[in-house]
Design a protein around this ligand. Structure first.
Ligand code: ADP
Ligand code: MG
Length: 207
C-alpha cells in the first residue's frame, strides 16, 4: 500500500528533479576537491531514470528500486555511479528478500549503506557520501516510527553534509589533495543530502 506506483513515481520524480537542479552546485563542490564532474554525472543518471520512469514505477517496489540502482551504475560513471548504484540495488534486494516499507525502513537502508561501504572500502569519517548516509541510518534506527522522522532526517542530512567541510578526505579523488581537501563540503555527501531531502519532502507532502 505504501509504495503504490503513483507514489513511487512522485518520489522518483521529486528526487530526480532536485538532483538535476542541484547539478551546478554539485559541480562547483567537485571542482574544489575533485574533477568537477559530479553534477553532470548525477544529472545524467537521474535523467536516465526519468526516461524509464513509467517502466520503473510499474514494477514491484523492490524491483523498481533495484532498477534505479542498475540505471545509476550504467549511466552515472565516476566513483559515485557504482556507489549510488550499489546503494539502490542493495535496498531493492533487501525488499525482494521480504523487508517491507515502512516498518523495515532502517533495515532496508542499512543494506544499502553496507553495500556502499563494501564497494567503496570506506566508512564514515573519510569525507564521502557515507558521512551523510551513516548518520541518517543512525536516526532511522533510533527514531523509527516517530511522526516527524522525515523532518529529522532532513535536518540530520544537511548538518552531516556541512560537517564534511572540516574533514580530511582519505577516499576517492579528494584524497589526492591531502590537507587541501579540508574546508570544502564533499560533493557526494551533498548529493546524498539533496536526494534525502527530496524524498523526505515528498513523503511529508503525501496525503
Ligand atoms: P569521481 O570522483 O570519480 O569524479 P564523482 O565526482 O561522481 O566521481 O563522485 C565523487 C564522490 O564520490 C565523492 O564526493 C565521494 O562522496 C564519493 N566517493 C568517492 N570515493 C568513495 C568511496 N571509496 N567511498 C564512498 N564514497 C566515495
Ligand atoms: Mg568527480
Amino acid at each position: 500500500m505504501f509504495l503504490k506506483p503513483e507514489v513511487l513515481k512522485a518520489l522518483i520524480t521529486a528526487a530526480a528533479a532536485q538532483v538535476i537542479a542541484s547539478a551546478p552546485e554539485l559541480t562547483a563542490l567537485d571542482q574544489a576537491i575533485g574533477d568537477g564532474d559530479h553534477g553532470a554525472n548525477m544529472k545524467r543518471g537521474f535523467e536516465a531514470i526519468l526516461a524509464k520512469l513509467d517502466a520503473i514505477a510499474a514494477e514491484a517496489p523492490g524491483e523498481a528500486v533495484k532498477a534505479m540502482g542498475k540505471t545509476l551504475v550504467m549511466t552515472v560513471g565516476g566513483a559515485s555511479g557504482p556507489l549510488y548504484g550499489s546503494l539502490f540495488m542493495a535496498m531493492g534486494e533487501a525488499m525482494l528478500r521480504g523487508k517491507r516499507l515502512p516498518e523495515d525502513l532502517a533495515e532496508i537502508f542499512a543494506s544499502g549503506v553496507e553495500a556502499v561501504s563494501a564497494r567503496g572500502r570506506s566508512r564514515a569519517g573519510e569525507k564521502t557520501m557515507l558521512d551523510v548516509l551513516v548518520p541518517v541510518l543512525e536516526i532511522l534506527r533510533a527514531e523509527a516510527g516517530r511522526p516527524d522522522l522525515a523532518q529529522r532526517v532532513r535536518a540530520v542530512a544537511s548538518a552531516a553534509a556541512e560537517r564534511t567541510a572540516p574533514m580530511l578526505a582519505t577516499k576517492g579523488r579528494a584524497a589526492f589533495l591531502g590537507a587541501r581537501s579540508i574546508g570544502h563540503i564533499d560533493p557526494g555527501a551533498r548529493s546524498s543530502s539533496v536526494l534525502l531531502h527530496a524524498i523526505c519532502t515528498s513523503l511529508e507532502a503525501l496525503p
